[in-house]
Design a protein around this ligand. Structure first.
Ligand code: PEP
Length: 260
């Protein structure tokens, strides 16, 4: 059975003290929840990865990077390699977020290099895909998402290259307060699952968690988690406050445990 994942993407928010007080508040409460079938994740900015890992130790909350370099090492000022993330024993990293694609010109080919770098170091990538509003309105959602998937996973054999999580994040829903409805998201999640099945196998496709991201909040998470192919959320704004993050985690725990 796929676990539900509640992943908070803090982007370039939260300094050291804020990150530490979040961990202090969330760790004991998350520890008291039955998270057997749920994986809580938080993705702070690079400087706070190790601190957050230390402060969340003993709780079920895992730490993720928000990005990784496509290069193994070298003269790449400001970049952080997969080997460096692996030296922290980091289990996850987001890759291909639409903000990276839009503001840092990340192509599918670059995203693929980053994916490979993470996989080589046994870090599970959280691969983001999603269409813009113009692309959706032009009826191109499926083509865009499939193009991003096939570009990023080109010649990558998931059978022996390890775990991956996919996050469907329609760009028009990120940070806008306008989320996709459960049905809208489910339609694309089903397309992604089918694509994975056709490229790999039904067993592999059924084992991959597909998260929805884009204005997820405590008020809409239940509707989204009720969908058969939505296995959790990648959440920006609503993951910044402990109370809001914990409410979404609680929703996932209830759903995973068949309580709603
Ligand atoms: C995100 O950061 O990936 C995201 C989906 O942001 P928000 O939840 O704020 O829309």
């Amino acid at each position: 059975m796929r676990k539900l994942i509640i992943a908070g993407n803090w982007k370039m928010y939260k300094g050291l003290e804020d990150a530490k007080s979040f961990a202090r508040e969330v760790a004991p409460i998350a520890k008291g929840m039955d998270t057997t079938n749920v994986v809580p994740i938080l993705a702070p900015a690079y400087p706070f990865l190790a601190v957050l890992q230390r402060d969340l130790e003993g709780s079920p909350v895992k730490v993720s990077a928000q990005d990784v370099s496509s290069h193994p090492d070298g003269a790449f000022t400001g970049e952080v390699s997969a080997a460096m993330l692996a030296s922290l024993k980091l289990p996850y990293s987001i890759v291909g977020h639409s903000e990276r694609r839009a503001y840092h010109a990340e192509t599918n080919a670059i995203v693929r290099e980053k994916l490979l770098a993470l996989m080589q170091h046994d870090i599970c990538p959280i691969l983001c895909v999603g269409e813009t509003l113009v692309q959706r309105d032009a009826g191109n959602t499926k083509d865009v998402v499939v193009d991003q998937l096939s570009g990023a996973l080109h010649k990558i054999n998931l059978y022996n290259q390890g775990e991956i999580i996919i996050a469907y994040e329609p760009v028009w829903a990120i940070g806008t307060g306008r989320n996709a409805t459960g049905e809208q998201a489910q339609e694309v999640h089903a397309i992604i699952r089918k694509w994975l099945k056709d490229k790999y196998s039904e067993t592999l496709a059924n084992g991959i968690s597909i998260l929805y991201g884009g204005s997820v909040k405590p008020e809409n998470i239940d509707e989204l988690l009720a969908m058969p192919d939505i296995d959790g959320g990648l959440i920006g704004g609503a993951s910044l406050k402990p109370d809001s993050y914990l409410r979404m985690l609680e929703s996932a725990v209830k759903r995973a445990n068949g309580e709603q």
